[in-house]
Design a protein around this ligand. Structure first.
Ligand SMILES: [Zn+2]
Length: 240
């Protein structure tokens, strides 16, 4: 029994994620902001059990109600942001467990991009759904939170196993790498990732999920060392 993950490109550069649990056949969709765009993937899967939301931004939640109506699935989201999310069937907090067929997700509080941002980690299959907290070679803007909060959130994610698949909310990897090379021009792992990403994008392929071991070697926000430095790098990226 394991959880597998598939990218569903939506809007201009967002990803929804389709999850399948092999033991029971359970299916979940993460951040279905465009109901029409995610329907074919769900129809192919043939059922839908859960809709997982990472944070309240419209480019993550807009299609959730329509998908629930069509499939009768339950919407899961942060209790802390229940007032500004679609109506939640299951409201969760840090450390809660979300059953998914024979597997389950652990809820991780990851404030910084938004106050009520959460991530979901499936130990079976090592899949992390991290929304706009962490991107491949980047992190989300500090729209509602501080550098201290984002640093703590990213350190929690960085502590997950090497083989963790990082399924994030946007295809920002190419521009993130351009910026990261200004921070660490001599980082060989980053240079290697730049080549890999260039090939993936020219083939029209997603660059995510990436692996946590790869992010620890290339992501300047995971490598910042302290919150002050993270804040400096984030500010530089905002103006990049
Ligand atoms: Zn967002």
């Amino acid at each position: 029994m394991t959880v597998s993950v598939q990218a569903v490109p939506i809007l201009s550069d967002n990803y929804a994620w389709l999850l399948r649990e092999s033991g029971s056949g359970a299916v979940a969709i993460v951040d279905p902001a465009d109901a029409d765009a995610v329907m074919p993937a769900i129809e192919t899967a043939g059922r839908l059990d859960l809709i997982l939301l990472t944070h309240h931004h419209l480019d993550h939640v807009a299609g959730a109600d329509a998908v629930r109506t069509r499939w009768g699935a339950k919407i899961v989201g942060a209790a802390a942001d229940a007032h500004r999310l679609p109506r939640l069937d299951i409201a969760v907090r840090e450390g809660d467990t979300v059953p998914f067929g024979q597997a389950s997700a652990r809820v991780i509080d990851t404030p910084g991009h938004t106050r009520g941002h959460i991530a979901y980690f499936f130990a079976d299959g090592a899949v992390l759904l991290c929304g706009d907290t962490m991107f491949s070679v980047g992190c989300g803007r500090l729209l509602e939170g501080t550098a201290d909060e984002m640093f703590a959130s990213l350190q929690k994610l960085a502590a997950l196993p090497d083989e963790t698949q990082v399924a994030c909310g946007h295809e920002y990897t190419e521009s993130n790498i351009r910026f990261a090379l200004t921070v660490e021009p001599d980082n060989a792992a980053l240079q290697g990732r730049a080549l890999e990403v260039k090939q993936l994008r020219s083939a029209g392929e997603p660059t995510v999920p990436s692996l946590m071991v790869q992010e620890r070697a290339t992501n300047p926000f995971l490598r910042a060392g302290n919150a002050g430095r993270l804040g400096e790098i984030r500010k530089a990226k905002d103006g990049f």
